[in-house]
Design a protein around this ligand. Sequence first.
Ligand SMILES: [Zn+2]
Ligand SMILES: [Zn+2]
Length: 232
Amino acid sequence: MTSAVPRDATAFEVREALRESGCAVCHLALRSVGRLLRSVAYEQVNDLGLRTVLRKRGGFCNVHAHDWLLAAHSVLGTALIYKDVLEAALRELDSPAAGGQRGRLLRGLLGAGSSDADLPCPACRSQAEAERRYVEALLALLASDAAVGREFEASDGLCRRHTLAALRARRDAAEPVVRRAREALGELLAELDEVIRKEDYRFRHEPRTAGERSAPARAINWAAGKAGLTSP
Ligand SMILES: [Zn+2]
Ligand SMILES: [Zn+2]
């Protein structure tokens, strides 16, 4: 936890993200993951530590493996990383007692360290670090800069997960985040009530507002975070 006020690129990024729709921390965390995947594709594909982690855990997690495929545009990188993964899998299948599922299971039951499958996905780890960094930066800015307070008030506020993360990180500084979440939820619930009412055949002829049309999707984004965010 830090109480230092970010005056650097992080602060700039937070203020910029408050102008985007939806949760600013989701936006920034997803952007960090995109940057990591691109840097793996262009610079770190031969980084031994990274390649070892990816080989041991069977590549990126499901969400980030498919993100990689869509975003990295690296035929060579994909071939190199996943050749490692597939060869390691083949070795395990060839010697199940030594390194395969049964061997791992047995080691796990005997408490001989965690299995390789417990290694975090590098992109998930980068996402978690970004979430922490940006929640703390936002809270520090809110505590010190009234202009950021006004920008935050005008934003959509944070999603469920990042509102709770703000509370866990600094309960003393999270009050504006909680207040904005209450307001946003009140508005969203009123819109959802209207959505539900207008699904009734008696009121179906009533026009839907733009807010009502987007309310179900915004409810999902609030409850689950933006699409592509993985669970901790
Ligand atoms: Zn969020
Ligand atoms: Zn992941």
